[in-house]
Ligand binder design. Structure first.
Ligand SMILES: [Mn+2]
Length: 373
């Protein structure tokens, strides 16, 4: 006997993607619903008993009502026993909020809104389960919501599962400690059989499969910006009656973001530009490439032609060529300096005796000094 849980988080329905062109923006907005749909499909395929969502399903407490209804409709397709919904810091719980009223009014019967900090008891596959829910009640908090658990004694005969939302010191950027900060050590000390956490968009642990970890951060199921370089994913987790665990990361996302520096040398070609994206579906990539390096004169002159050929290959591409420079040759030196000058002698020596880059820096420096005269 085992409980099978599908764990997702941070879907951020209602994210707007303002910086992208209309067509793509609409697709990115829709892809977040798509990721939720994919999660339901995967959870059913894996015959999961529970779909656990650990916060920030919605981008904001002011999310459009039709988006809330669309979410509850998607959740309605899940055929497992329970959907556990935890409010996060972006979609925190307040009974006055239209968001959670609409959600409660339209959510499927197997859905349980974990809006109170307390133990919720369930029976799943004949296994008794205590869910320790730590929902957020605000956007920011300097303290996490785990204190009440530290003073509660766990019933070790039951399966103890924590659902919480907030940053985890060891894995999340939270410089000002304002997102319900927790630590892995603190989570470990609670003695839970399983801790399901949301907030950090990068999944934890950063491995594909494990039989030892007890703390999971779901990550986002759909990548949401250039600073996110992973696939969108969720966790499939099995817990048997002896509390043995097995978890596997399941890919859910459609789009992927790349923000990369590409070092080029002498030549710029389509093949060169596409090299970092081998094995990817280019049509679903949103890409920013910072080109850096020196190009042969003719390649430098043709760079825009090669760069613009990328436009139709990706869902979206931006190429920054600020750090791209034409390679200089002896002819360039001949043109710039007279043969008996000091710069001429120095550059010729550097070309002979150093790597190209040093000669280049010296050349640029000299041109700069001359410009300033
Ligand atoms: Mn959050």
């Amino acid at each position: 006997m085992a409980i099978k849980i599908f764990h997702i988080s941070d879907i951020h329905i209602g994210m707007k993607f303002q910086r992208y062109p209309d067509n793509l923006r609409a697709n990115l907005i829709e892809s977040r619903f798509g990721a939720l749909r994919n999660a339901v499909v995967e959870a059913d395929r894996l015959k999961c008993d529970v779909l656990a969502i650990t916060g920030d399903i919605f981008e904001t407490i002011k999310v459009a009502k039709r988006d809330v209804v669309k979410v509850t409709e998607i959740l309605g397709a899940f055929s497992g026993d329970y959907i556990w919904i935890l409010p996060g810091n972006h979609d925190y719980y307040d009974q006055q909020l239209q968001l959670w009223q609409t959600f409660s009014d339209t959510m499927p019967d197997n859905c349980v809104l974990l809006n109170e900090s307390k133990v919720y008891s369930f029976e799943v596959q004949d296994i008794e389960v205590d869910v320790y829910a730590s929902p957020c009640d605000s956007k920011h908090s300097k303290v996490n919501n785990l204190e009440w658990i530290k003073t509660t004694s766990l019933n070790k005969n039951r399966m103890n599962i924590l659902l919480a939302h907030g940053s985890i010191k060891e894995i999340s950027p939270d410089l000002n400690n304002e997102y319900f900060p927790m630590t892995l050590q603190e989570l470990g000390s609670l003695g839970m059989d399983l801790s399901l956490i949301g907030h950090t968009h990068v999944p934890y642990p950063l491995i594909q499969e494990t039989t030892t970890d007890r703390v999971y951060n779901a990550g986002t199921p759909e990548p949401d910006g250039l600073n996110y370089r992973f696939d969108g994913s969720g966790w499939y987790i099995e817990l048997d009656q002896n509390k043995n665990i097995h978890a596997e990361k399941i890919r859910l996302g459609t789009y992927k973001f790349y923000d990369i520096v590409l070092k080029v040398n002498d030549q710029l070609s389509e093949t060169e530009l596409l090299k970092p994206f081998a094995n990817e579906n280019l049509e679903k990539l949103i890409v920013r490439i910072h080109l850096d390096g020196y190009l042969d004169q003719d390649h430098y002159e043709n760079r825009y032609e090669v760069m613009s050929a990328m436009d139709e290959k990706f869902a979206y591409v931006e190429i920054n060529e600020m750090a791209l420079k034409p390679k200089f040759t002896q002819e360039t030196i001949d043109k710039s300096f007279t043969k008996d000058s000091v710069p001429y002698a120095l550059l010729m020596k550097l070309i002979d005796e150093s790597d190209g880059e040093t000669a280049h820096l010296a050349y640029e420096f000299m041109m700069e000094v001359m410009d300033n005269d």
